[in-house]
Design a protein around this ligand. Structure first.
Ligand code: ACO
Length: 337
Protein backbone atom coordinates (compact mmCIF):
# COMPACT_ATOMS: atom_id res chain seq x y z
CA UNK A 1 0.00 0.00 0.00
CA UNK A 2 1.43 3.38 -0.86
CA UNK A 3 0.71 5.86 1.91
CA UNK A 4 -1.33 9.01 1.50
CA UNK A 5 1.06 11.95 1.21
CA UNK A 6 0.79 15.02 3.37
CA UNK A 7 0.03 18.07 1.32
CA UNK A 8 2.86 20.51 1.86
CA UNK A 9 2.00 22.60 4.92
CA UNK A 10 -0.90 20.36 5.99
CA UNK A 11 -0.49 17.68 8.65
CA UNK A 12 -1.67 14.16 7.91
CA UNK A 13 -2.84 13.89 11.53
CA UNK A 14 -3.37 17.37 13.02
CA UNK A 15 -2.58 17.57 16.74
CA UNK A 16 -0.72 19.62 19.30
CA UNK A 17 1.81 18.30 21.80
CA UNK A 18 0.74 20.41 24.77
CA UNK A 19 3.03 18.88 27.39
CA UNK A 20 6.02 16.60 27.79
CA UNK A 21 7.45 14.97 30.92
CA UNK A 22 9.99 12.38 31.93
CA UNK A 23 11.22 10.58 35.00
CA UNK A 24 14.52 8.89 35.77
CA UNK A 25 15.04 6.87 38.96
CA UNK A 26 17.36 8.49 41.50
CA UNK A 27 19.90 5.67 41.66
CA UNK A 28 22.70 5.91 39.11
CA UNK A 29 25.04 3.10 38.13
CA UNK A 30 28.29 4.17 36.47
CA UNK A 31 30.52 2.07 34.23
CA UNK A 32 33.16 2.02 36.97
CA UNK A 33 30.63 0.63 39.43
CA UNK A 34 29.71 -2.10 36.92
CA UNK A 35 33.37 -2.96 36.55
CA UNK A 36 33.48 -3.76 40.26
CA UNK A 37 31.40 -6.90 39.78
CA UNK A 38 31.71 -7.61 36.01
CA UNK A 39 34.63 -8.33 33.70
CA UNK A 40 34.28 -4.99 31.89
CA UNK A 41 35.67 -1.45 31.97
CA UNK A 42 34.53 2.14 31.57
CA UNK A 43 36.76 2.36 28.51
CA UNK A 44 35.12 -0.66 26.77
CA UNK A 45 31.57 0.48 27.48
CA UNK A 46 32.22 4.11 26.52
CA UNK A 47 34.02 3.39 23.27
CA UNK A 48 31.67 0.59 22.12
CA UNK A 49 28.37 2.20 23.16
CA UNK A 50 28.81 5.85 24.24
CA UNK A 51 27.25 5.03 27.65
CA UNK A 52 28.84 6.45 30.83
CA UNK A 53 26.08 5.91 33.37
CA UNK A 54 22.46 4.76 33.64
CA UNK A 55 19.54 5.10 36.10
CA UNK A 56 18.26 1.97 37.86
CA UNK A 57 14.87 1.42 39.48
CA UNK A 58 14.92 0.95 43.26
CA UNK A 59 13.27 -2.18 44.69
CA UNK A 60 10.25 -0.08 45.80
CA UNK A 61 9.63 1.35 42.31
CA UNK A 62 7.87 -0.30 39.35
CA UNK A 63 7.45 0.87 35.73
CA UNK A 64 3.99 2.23 36.63
CA UNK A 65 5.42 4.51 39.34
CA UNK A 66 7.89 5.95 36.83
CA UNK A 67 5.18 6.28 34.21
CA UNK A 68 2.86 8.08 36.65
CA UNK A 69 5.59 10.61 37.55
CA UNK A 70 6.39 11.30 33.88
CA UNK A 71 2.67 11.58 33.06
CA UNK A 72 2.03 14.01 35.94
CA UNK A 73 4.84 16.26 34.72
CA UNK A 74 3.50 16.22 31.16
CA UNK A 75 -0.08 16.90 32.36
CA UNK A 76 1.05 19.82 34.55
CA UNK A 77 2.85 21.42 31.61
CA UNK A 78 -0.20 20.85 29.41
CA UNK A 79 -2.37 22.44 32.15
CA UNK A 80 -4.53 19.34 32.08
CA UNK A 81 -5.78 17.01 34.79
CA UNK A 82 -5.94 13.18 34.52
CA UNK A 83 -9.76 13.41 34.26
CA UNK A 84 -9.33 15.29 30.97
CA UNK A 85 -7.69 12.25 29.36
CA UNK A 86 -9.85 10.10 27.16
CA UNK A 87 -6.98 7.95 25.94
CA UNK A 88 -3.84 6.56 27.57
CA UNK A 89 -1.45 4.41 25.51
CA UNK A 90 1.50 2.90 27.35
CA UNK A 91 4.40 1.58 25.31
CA UNK A 92 6.32 -1.03 27.25
CA UNK A 93 8.04 -4.33 26.56
CA UNK A 94 7.62 -6.05 29.89
CA UNK A 95 4.24 -5.46 31.51
CA UNK A 96 3.80 -4.88 35.22
CA UNK A 97 2.34 -8.40 35.42
CA UNK A 98 1.03 -10.75 32.67
CA UNK A 99 -2.56 -9.69 33.37
CA UNK A 100 -3.61 -6.84 33.36
CA UNK A 101 -0.46 -5.11 32.08
CA UNK A 102 0.84 -1.62 32.88
CA UNK A 103 -1.74 0.85 31.51
CA UNK A 104 -4.45 0.06 34.11
CA UNK A 105 -1.92 0.54 36.93
CA UNK A 106 -0.97 3.94 35.52
CA UNK A 107 -4.61 4.92 34.94
CA UNK A 108 -5.40 4.00 38.55
CA UNK A 109 -2.35 5.80 39.97
CA UNK A 110 -3.11 8.91 37.94
CA UNK A 111 -6.81 8.93 38.77
CA UNK A 112 -7.72 8.94 35.11
CA UNK A 113 -11.49 8.53 35.18
CA UNK A 114 -13.42 6.98 32.32
CA UNK A 115 -11.01 7.14 29.36
CA UNK A 116 -9.60 4.22 27.36
CA UNK A 117 -6.24 2.76 28.28
CA UNK A 118 -4.06 0.00 26.85
CA UNK A 119 -0.49 -1.23 26.53
CA UNK A 120 1.29 -1.18 23.16
CA UNK A 121 4.10 -3.66 22.62
CA UNK A 122 6.39 -3.08 19.62
CA UNK A 123 9.90 -3.37 21.03
CA UNK A 124 11.80 -0.13 21.40
CA UNK A 125 9.67 1.32 18.59
CA UNK A 126 6.60 0.99 20.83
CA UNK A 127 6.42 4.69 21.66
CA UNK A 128 6.30 5.60 17.96
CA UNK A 129 3.62 3.00 17.26
CA UNK A 130 1.58 4.39 20.19
CA UNK A 131 2.13 7.99 19.07
CA UNK A 132 0.85 7.22 15.58
CA UNK A 133 -2.15 5.28 16.95
CA UNK A 134 -3.09 8.13 19.30
CA UNK A 135 -2.66 10.67 16.47
CA UNK A 136 -4.96 8.63 14.22
CA UNK A 137 -7.57 8.29 16.99
CA UNK A 138 -7.53 12.04 17.65
CA UNK A 139 -7.90 12.69 13.93
CA UNK A 140 -10.77 10.19 13.66
CA UNK A 141 -12.62 11.90 16.50
CA UNK A 142 -12.25 8.91 18.84
CA UNK A 143 -10.45 11.03 21.46
CA UNK A 144 -9.67 14.68 22.13
CA UNK A 145 -6.94 14.53 24.75
CA UNK A 146 -4.46 11.65 24.86
CA UNK A 147 -1.44 10.74 26.88
CA UNK A 148 1.21 8.56 25.24
CA UNK A 149 4.04 7.26 27.32
CA UNK A 150 6.93 4.84 27.33
CA UNK A 151 8.07 3.28 30.58
CA UNK A 152 10.65 0.56 30.91
CA UNK A 153 12.59 -1.27 33.59
CA UNK A 154 14.80 -3.68 31.69
CA UNK A 155 17.17 -3.68 34.68
CA UNK A 156 14.74 -6.25 36.13
CA UNK A 157 15.16 -8.56 33.11
CA UNK A 158 18.86 -8.44 32.29
CA UNK A 159 21.29 -11.01 33.60
CA UNK A 160 23.63 -8.94 35.76
CA UNK A 161 26.37 -11.51 35.12
CA UNK A 162 26.14 -11.12 31.33
CA UNK A 163 28.41 -8.21 30.42
CA UNK A 164 27.24 -8.24 26.79
CA UNK A 165 23.71 -7.12 27.72
CA UNK A 166 23.44 -5.67 31.24
CA UNK A 167 25.76 -2.71 30.58
CA UNK A 168 23.53 -1.42 27.77
CA UNK A 169 20.24 -0.68 29.52
CA UNK A 170 18.84 1.90 31.92
CA UNK A 171 15.39 2.54 33.40
CA UNK A 172 13.08 5.52 32.91
CA UNK A 173 9.82 6.90 31.56
CA UNK A 174 8.74 9.68 29.22
CA UNK A 175 5.31 11.04 28.29
CA UNK A 176 3.55 13.43 25.94
CA UNK A 177 0.07 14.98 26.11
CA UNK A 178 -1.56 15.21 22.69
CA UNK A 179 -4.59 17.33 21.91
CA UNK A 180 -6.76 17.51 18.85
CA UNK A 181 -5.53 20.28 16.58
CA UNK A 182 -6.65 22.18 13.52
CA UNK A 183 -3.56 24.19 12.64
CA UNK A 184 -0.31 23.35 10.91
CA UNK A 185 1.15 21.27 13.78
CA UNK A 186 0.83 17.53 13.99
CA UNK A 187 2.06 14.30 12.45
CA UNK A 188 3.19 14.90 8.87
CA UNK A 189 4.51 11.46 8.04
CA UNK A 190 4.52 7.97 9.54
CA UNK A 191 6.48 4.90 8.47
CA UNK A 192 5.92 1.99 10.84
CA UNK A 193 7.63 -1.19 9.77
CA UNK A 194 8.71 -4.62 10.94
CA UNK A 195 10.93 -7.47 9.83
CA UNK A 196 9.63 -10.51 11.68
CA UNK A 197 12.41 -12.72 10.26
CA UNK A 198 14.59 -10.93 12.82
CA UNK A 199 12.40 -11.64 15.83
CA UNK A 200 15.02 -13.93 17.33
CA UNK A 201 17.57 -11.13 17.68
CA UNK A 202 16.19 -9.89 20.98
CA UNK A 203 13.90 -11.84 23.25
CA UNK A 204 12.96 -13.07 26.69
CA UNK A 205 12.09 -16.68 25.93
CA UNK A 206 10.26 -17.83 29.04
CA UNK A 207 7.35 -16.59 31.12
CA UNK A 208 4.77 -16.52 28.31
CA UNK A 209 2.45 -19.15 26.88
CA UNK A 210 5.13 -20.67 24.66
CA UNK A 211 7.43 -21.44 27.56
CA UNK A 212 5.65 -20.97 30.90
CA UNK A 213 7.74 -20.33 34.00
CA UNK A 214 9.08 -23.47 35.68
CA UNK A 215 12.03 -24.31 37.87
CA UNK A 216 13.72 -25.54 34.68
CA UNK A 217 13.26 -22.22 32.80
CA UNK A 218 14.60 -20.33 35.81
CA UNK A 219 17.62 -22.67 36.10
CA UNK A 220 18.33 -22.24 32.37
CA UNK A 221 18.24 -18.44 32.65
CA UNK A 222 15.44 -18.19 30.09
CA UNK A 223 13.72 -15.29 31.87
CA UNK A 224 16.64 -13.00 31.08
CA UNK A 225 16.86 -10.74 28.05
CA UNK A 226 18.90 -12.38 25.31
CA UNK A 227 20.29 -10.40 22.43
CA UNK A 228 22.33 -10.90 19.30
CA UNK A 229 23.99 -7.50 19.50
CA UNK A 230 25.89 -7.73 16.22
CA UNK A 231 22.80 -8.70 14.21
CA UNK A 232 20.80 -5.83 15.69
CA UNK A 233 23.64 -3.40 15.12
CA UNK A 234 23.86 -4.37 11.45
CA UNK A 235 20.09 -4.08 10.89
CA UNK A 236 19.44 -0.93 12.92
CA UNK A 237 21.01 1.74 10.71
CA UNK A 238 19.36 0.52 7.50
CA UNK A 239 15.96 0.19 9.19
CA UNK A 240 15.92 3.68 10.69
CA UNK A 241 17.34 5.29 7.54
CA UNK A 242 14.74 3.61 5.33
CA UNK A 243 11.83 4.51 7.62
CA UNK A 244 13.02 8.11 7.96
CA UNK A 245 13.24 8.57 4.19
CA UNK A 246 9.78 7.00 3.75
CA UNK A 247 8.14 9.14 6.46
CA UNK A 248 9.74 12.30 5.05
CA UNK A 249 8.55 11.35 1.59
CA UNK A 250 5.01 11.01 2.92
CA UNK A 251 5.42 14.43 4.57
CA UNK A 252 6.66 15.92 1.27
CA UNK A 253 9.78 17.06 3.10
CA UNK A 254 13.49 16.63 2.46
CA UNK A 255 16.16 15.57 4.97
CA UNK A 256 17.51 19.12 4.89
CA UNK A 257 14.19 20.38 6.30
CA UNK A 258 14.52 18.32 9.51
CA UNK A 259 15.28 20.59 12.49
CA UNK A 260 15.73 17.83 15.09
CA UNK A 261 16.44 14.12 14.70
CA UNK A 262 15.60 12.14 17.84
CA UNK A 263 16.88 8.60 17.35
CA UNK A 264 16.34 5.69 19.74
CA UNK A 265 19.33 5.72 22.08
CA UNK A 266 20.65 2.15 21.77
CA UNK A 267 24.29 2.75 20.86
CA UNK A 268 26.16 5.95 20.01
CA UNK A 269 27.88 4.18 17.11
CA UNK A 270 24.48 3.28 15.62
CA UNK A 271 23.37 6.92 15.95
CA UNK A 272 26.60 8.17 14.35
CA UNK A 273 26.27 5.74 11.44
CA UNK A 274 22.64 6.77 10.91
CA UNK A 275 23.51 10.46 10.96
CA UNK A 276 26.30 9.85 8.45
CA UNK A 277 23.98 7.85 6.19
CA UNK A 278 21.26 10.55 6.30
CA UNK A 279 23.80 13.40 6.15
CA UNK A 280 22.08 15.28 8.97
CA UNK A 281 24.33 17.82 10.75
CA UNK A 282 25.37 16.61 14.23
CA UNK A 283 23.99 19.77 15.83
CA UNK A 284 20.47 18.67 14.88
CA UNK A 285 20.75 15.25 16.51
CA UNK A 286 19.56 14.65 20.07
CA UNK A 287 21.87 12.38 22.07
CA UNK A 288 21.59 11.56 25.78
CA UNK A 289 22.73 7.92 25.77
CA UNK A 290 25.84 8.85 27.78
CA UNK A 291 23.60 9.69 30.80
CA UNK A 292 20.60 7.38 30.42
CA UNK A 293 21.76 4.37 28.31
CA UNK A 294 19.11 2.41 26.40
CA UNK A 295 15.75 2.96 28.10
CA UNK A 296 13.88 1.13 25.32
CA UNK A 297 10.34 2.53 24.81
CA UNK A 298 11.13 5.47 27.11
CA UNK A 299 14.17 6.53 25.12
CA UNK A 300 12.51 8.88 22.60
CA UNK A 301 10.05 10.61 24.96
CA UNK A 302 12.82 11.19 27.53
CA UNK A 303 15.08 12.74 24.87
CA UNK A 304 12.16 14.79 23.52
CA UNK A 305 11.29 16.08 26.98
CA UNK A 306 14.91 17.10 27.64
CA UNK A 307 14.97 18.97 24.33
CA UNK A 308 11.68 20.74 25.05
CA UNK A 309 12.59 21.62 28.66
CA UNK A 310 15.91 22.96 27.36
CA UNK A 311 13.85 25.51 25.38
CA UNK A 312 15.27 24.25 22.09
CA UNK A 313 12.10 23.36 20.18
CA UNK A 314 10.31 26.21 18.41
CA UNK A 315 6.83 26.28 17.00
CA UNK A 316 6.81 25.14 13.37
CA UNK A 317 10.02 23.10 13.62
CA UNK A 318 10.23 19.64 12.05
CA UNK A 319 11.12 16.71 14.33
CA UNK A 320 12.02 13.24 13.04
CA UNK A 321 11.62 10.52 15.69
CA UNK A 322 13.05 7.14 14.70
CA UNK A 323 13.49 3.81 16.49
CA UNK A 324 14.15 0.09 16.06
CA UNK A 325 13.98 -2.81 18.46
CA UNK A 326 12.61 -6.24 19.30
CA UNK A 327 10.32 -7.81 16.77
CA UNK A 328 12.10 -6.40 14.78
CA UNK A 329 9.71 -3.43 14.84
CA UNK A 330 11.00 -0.09 13.64
CA UNK A 331 9.73 3.18 12.28
CA UNK A 332 9.83 6.95 12.02
CA UNK A 333 7.28 9.64 12.86
CA UNK A 334 7.66 13.17 11.47
CA UNK A 335 6.14 15.89 13.65
CA UNK A 336 5.65 19.58 13.04
CA UNK A 337 5.78 21.32 16.45
N1 ACO B 1 32.91 -5.36 28.49
C1 ACO B 1 34.02 -5.91 27.93
N2 ACO B 1 33.98 -6.75 26.92
C2 ACO B 1 32.79 -7.06 26.41
C3 ACO B 1 31.59 -6.53 26.91
C4 ACO B 1 31.68 -5.66 28.01
N3 ACO B 1 30.61 -5.08 28.58
N4 ACO B 1 30.56 -7.02 26.20
C5 ACO B 1 31.08 -7.82 25.26
N5 ACO B 1 32.42 -7.86 25.40
C6 ACO B 1 33.38 -8.62 24.62
C7 ACO B 1 32.79 -9.80 23.93
O1 ACO B 1 32.73 -10.90 24.82
C8 ACO B 1 33.74 -10.02 22.79
O2 ACO B 1 34.85 -10.70 23.29
P1 ACO B 1 35.59 -11.84 22.38
O3 ACO B 1 36.06 -11.12 21.15
O4 ACO B 1 36.69 -12.30 23.27
O5 ACO B 1 34.53 -12.84 22.11
C9 ACO B 1 34.20 -8.60 22.44
O6 ACO B 1 33.86 -7.79 23.57
C10 ACO B 1 33.55 -8.03 21.22
O7 ACO B 1 32.18 -8.23 21.31
P2 ACO B 1 31.23 -7.78 20.17
O8 ACO B 1 29.86 -8.32 20.41
O9 ACO B 1 31.89 -8.04 18.85
O10 ACO B 1 31.22 -6.18 20.38
P3 ACO B 1 30.54 -5.12 19.50
O11 ACO B 1 31.52 -4.14 19.04
O12 ACO B 1 29.59 -5.73 18.48
O13 ACO B 1 29.61 -4.38 20.56
C11 ACO B 1 27.35 -4.26 21.34
C12 ACO B 1 28.61 -5.11 21.26
C13 ACO B 1 27.66 -3.00 22.13
C14 ACO B 1 26.27 -5.07 22.07
C15 ACO B 1 26.88 -3.89 19.92
O14 ACO B 1 26.85 -5.03 19.11
C16 ACO B 1 25.53 -3.23 19.92
O15 ACO B 1 25.33 -2.14 20.44
N6 ACO B 1 24.54 -3.86 19.26
C17 ACO B 1 23.21 -3.31 19.16
C18 ACO B 1 22.52 -3.57 20.42
C19 ACO B 1 21.20 -2.91 20.45
O16 ACO B 1 20.93 -2.02 19.72
N7 ACO B 1 20.38 -3.40 21.35
C20 ACO B 1 19.13 -2.87 21.62
C21 ACO B 1 18.18 -2.90 20.48
S1 ACO B 1 16.56 -3.17 20.93
C22 ACO B 1 16.27 -2.38 22.26
O17 ACO B 1 16.68 -1.25 22.34
C23 ACO B 1 15.54 -3.04 23.44
Amino acid sequence: MSPRRSEKGKPLLPLKVTGTGSFLPEKRLTNDELAQFLDTSDEWIRTRTGIRTRHILSPEEIPATMGIRAAQRALTRAKRSPEDLDLLLVATNVPEEPIPGTAPHIALGLGMGKGAFADVSAGCAGFLYALAMAGAMLHAGMAETALVLGTEALSRFVNWQDRATCVLFGDGAGAVVLEKGQGASGILGVALRGDATKLGLLRIEAGGVRLPASSETVRAGKHFLQMEGKGLFRAAVGMMAEATRAALNQASLSLAEVDWLIPHQANLRIIEALVKRLRIPEGKVVVNIDRVANTSTASIPIALDELVQGGKVESGQILALTAFGAGACYGTVILRW
